[in-house]
Design a protein around this ligand. Structure first.
Ligand code: AMP
Ligand code: ZN
Length: 462
């Protein structure tokens, strides 16, 4: 069955075909490691994880590259303001290198807890400076760059079709540019390829270059790293929708200007996680929640957030609420309980072809996860034999990534105990501590143990 994916470039769904089958080159713009990722960021990485798993489910191989932005991302996307890493270092009284290392590890821990598969290649901006310099040199030789007092800039007026991805109106951009005005820029959309270290200041992260000591602009790293590690397999490049107008637009301009060839075939973007009132969750808005904060506030386990993300199509905004998180926890628990009950009487045998077809139809229709979850529910409710249901749901789990096999290896709680456990979860959420204690006593009196752990409440037969 054909895999249809929405391409931001053409603004429509297209049939996906790898350039060099069966391998697909996939590049995901990684985190800027000056602070913890928030659950909005993580929604985008769950989206790209589903994309990758769907490619694998379709029998393709995936070479997945993810960068770590550990230098050069300024506080303003249009090359003004401070380097986020150096700023983070000052805030925490650590070196920029320590900040990068700390938040990189925190990010890796978060994605592991969400069952987001590791990329084939992790790469850091600071480890590919030579490649970035080589790319800037190529642009310079072709006449796309100019020098200002603070760095080397890309002249966007020289690149035909600069707004091909964003479909933005350039006159509108001229207006918007008033906010961060750099009088030496020839066009408001021009962007820094290399920035000099400020005079008299020694930055913690700086390198010698043909243009002077300094550091690369943010966009150049993704062009250099995707070409270095994927070669010609420039199949799919993805990130959040905020990357369309500036970051990805600039990546395309500088890459195609340097090589004279098409950069990526598919551009895919995940919509925002928003909070009540429609505001984007963002570090700069001060309204963000880390995964740990959500686990703590909603008393859920990390995988419940992954499950919650499946309820909204990736191109639609997803609204964050504690109620939605708790509902996802219950939903996940319910699926596990159904699988456990099946395992009490059967072992997985053969995948049901008709259900597999329905599931494939959903995921191959631009990763329609809400639809795919409906197929999972229908399957579990169906009157298929338990051994077939099990084989089929475990097969779907290659995409869902909920680890149903090992979760199901645990115990099945009797319905009465499960109901008490659910009620206690709600009581704790509503801070009804007396009721929560009473429910715990009740569960214990029926011979089950209750433990409150950082991963949430555990109820089991001791
Ligand atoms: P950053 O670490 O800021 O470079 O962001 C990492 C990824 O998260 C990028 O792909 C962003 O587009 C994405 N992102 C940022 N804010 C949100 C949000 N509220 N919802 C979904 N994705 C987001
Ligand atoms: Zn990028």
């Amino acid at each position: 069955m054909e895999l249809q994916l929405y391409n931001t470039m053409s603004r429509r769904k297209e049939t996906f075909q790898p350039i060099h089958p069966p391998e697909v080159g996939l590049y995901t713009c990684g985190p800027t490691v000056y602070n913890y990722a928030h659950v909005g960021n993580l929604r985008t990485y769950i989206f790209s994880d589903i994309l990758k798993r769907v490619l694998l489910y379709n029998g393709l191989e995936v070479k997945h590259v993810m960068n770590i932005t550990d230098v050069g991302h300024l506080t303003g996307d249009r090359d003004m303001g401070e380097d986020k890493l150096e700023k983070g270092a000052r805030r925490e009284g650590k070196s920029a290198w320590e900040i990068a290392e700390h938040y990189t590890q925190a990010f890796k821990k978060d994605i592991a807890r969400l069952h987001i598969m590791d990329p084939t290649i992790w790469c850091k901006a600071t480890e590919t400076i030579e490649d970035q310099i080589a790319l800037i040199k190529a642009l310079e030789e072709k006449g796309y760059t100019y020098r200002t007092r603070d760095g080397i800039y890309f002249n966007t007026a020289k690149f035909d079709g600069y707004t091909r991805l964003s479909h933005q109106d350039l006159a509108f951009l001229q207006e918007g540019a008033r906010v961060e005005k750099n009088p030496e820029k020839r066009n408001p959309t021009d962007f820094a390829l290399w920035k000099y270290s400020p005079e008299g200041v020694q930055r913690q992260m700086e390198w010698a270059s043909p243009w002077g000591v300094g550091f690369p602009g943010w966009h150049i790293e993704c062009s250099a790293m995707s070409m270095k590690f994927l070669g010609e397999k420039l199949d799919i490049h993805c990130g959040g929708t905020d990357h369309i107008d500036v970051h990805h637009t600039n990546e395309i301009a500088q890459s195609e200007a340097a090589t004279g060839r098409k950069f990526f075939n598919f551009w895919m973007h995940g919509a925002f996680l928003i909070i009540a009132g429609g505001k984007k969750m963002a570090k700069s808005e001060g309204n963000f929640l880390t995964l740990d904060a959500v686990i703590e506030a909603c008393k859920i386990e990390p995988l419940a957030y992954r499950y919650a993300a499946f309820q909204t199509h990736y191109r639609k905004p997803m609204e964050y609420s504690e109620e939605a998180m708790m509902a996802a926890q219950n939903g996940l628990q319910h699926v596990r309980n159904q699988v456990r009950t099946l395992l009490d009487s059967a072992s997985p045998s053969k995948v049901d072809a008709a259900y597999q077809e329905k599931f494939l139809q959903a995921i191959n229709n631009d990763l329609n996860m809400p639809q795919a979850m409906a197929v999972v529910q229908d399957l579990l409710k169906s009157d298929l034999a338990p051994d077939i249901k099990l084989a089929t749901v475990f097969d779907f789990d290659r995409v869902l990534g909920l680890d149903l096999q090992s979760a199901a290896a645990g115990q099945t709680l009797p319905e009465e105990i499960q109901a008490l456990a659910d009620a206690r979860l709600t009581a704790r959420k509503e801070k009804q501590w007396a009721l929560s204690d009473q429910l715990r006593d009740q569960i214990q009196s029926l011979g089950y143990a209750v433990q409150d752990t950082p991963q949430g409440m555990k109820v089991f037969k001791p």
